[in-house]
Design a protein around this ligand. Sequence first.
Ligand code: UDX
Ligand code: ADP
Length: 464
Amino acid sequence: MKSISHICCIGAGYVGGPTMSVIAQKCPHITVTVVDINEKRIAAWNDENFDNLPIYEPGLADVVKEARGRNLFFTTEVDAAIDKADMIFISVNTPTKTYGKGKGMAADLKYIELCARQIARVSTTDKIVVEKSTLPVRTAETLTSILHNTGNGVHFEILSNPEFLAEGTAVQDLLNPDRILIGGDNTPEGQEAKDALTSVYANWIDRDRILQTNVWSSELSKLTANAFLAQRVSSINSISELCEETGADVNEVARAIGTDSRVGSKFLKASVGFGGSCFQKDILNLVYIAKSYGLDKVADYWEQVIIMNDHQKKRFAEKMIASMYNTVAGKKIVLFGWAFKKDTNDTRESAAIYVTDYLLDEQAEIVVYDPKVKEEQIYADLDYLNTRSEEENRRLVTVVSSPEEATKDAHAVAVLTEWDEFTTYNWETIYNNMLKPAFLFDGRKILDSSAMKEIGFKHFAIGE
Ligand code: UDX
Ligand code: ADP
């Protein structure tokens, strides 16, 4: 069997960075080089101060500390790293297309194709190419077609090895995954490549948790896994609205159904809406693929998960506005949390962005506090929506670093991310700081409702 001594990963982002760090930590005999065209990002990965790594993940700094400079390297010298490697992971971004056919739905494969062409151009020895980014089904076919037509005699074997790590628990998910999925061709060369990648993971993961499939099953499994998870959140969120009308409590309903072992207890936490770089993108992809095969009923079925999620974000903002006597113009509203979930600084598709956008439409004065997200990111997220001018966003939105101070003279506080620290605040002091009546909107249902009402808040929690 082919043994792997040099790995190159193209893309030093949320997926590539942590995944390669763990592979390097667990496989000291393999040289792992992570490349990116973004010089700032690479410089941050190489920063002497481990607090400055470009990605915040619990435990990640320690892993990087152990392996960096030993067998883990970050560089912008893409070509050299590609040529030296016997295995290349493609871990570049695949955003939803913003133009042309499939706009707003299909994945933009421009970066993947550029990577494939670059690999084809510089490779002088045989390579196993692994697709690691979330990709639409049949991307491997595109890669194969580009790589097999280079005419320079180099052999490429294409594998699909989807990432199941969740942000905030990425290191734990990598160290102790439920399963590793490796898709490849059912040819002798394909089998050899699958076995080579299996042996990399087998350095720290039981072989019975490493599943081998054909390429298409592997690619489709990734989309399906995320679609099922997102569907659970939309399902419980749909019930949260019904709970608010009927007097049922969504946490009690979630617990009651979650104890049925066939349903299971995870991913049943009602929220202001799911975010993150994967769920929406992957479902849109699934919908697009289904439509492209003429499977309209399948497409409509999955699209409903997104429609429900958009509804949940909008309905939360509308609830805030309606509660505050149908006007928030000029009112100071403090948002606790901007990240799409706790323990990450990632804000992609975060519900907070959309809730803020609705509130800004109503001329609210927004103050944001998030323990990990930087001010420039918050403005960038709002600017990206293109709803109003950059000046307007900066005039109406203030980003602060001290949460309790921010609540001085506020009309309302809304919890949008479930950061643990929010539950430890002195809510009595916050209440005293605020104008009365003091409104509190808990979009994550993490605060003790009766305690909050006891303090005096006009309190609303999702699904209650
Ligand atoms: C997800 C998948 O879990 C992971 O396997 C895949 O590789 C990438 O996409 P991630 O986006 O990091 O990971 O976060 P996840 O923990 O799945 O949460 C997604 C969103 O759903 C978050 O906004 C979260 O707050 C929300 N969520 C999750 C809920 O609202 N309720 C829940 O019960 C669970
Ligand atoms: P993900 O969440 O999928 O990891 P990110 O956006 O965090 O996505 O990271 C993807 C990285 O890939 C970015 O840092 C980007 O600069 C990098 N990238 C994109 N195209 C190329 C390329 N052709 N060569 C090297 N790096 C690339």
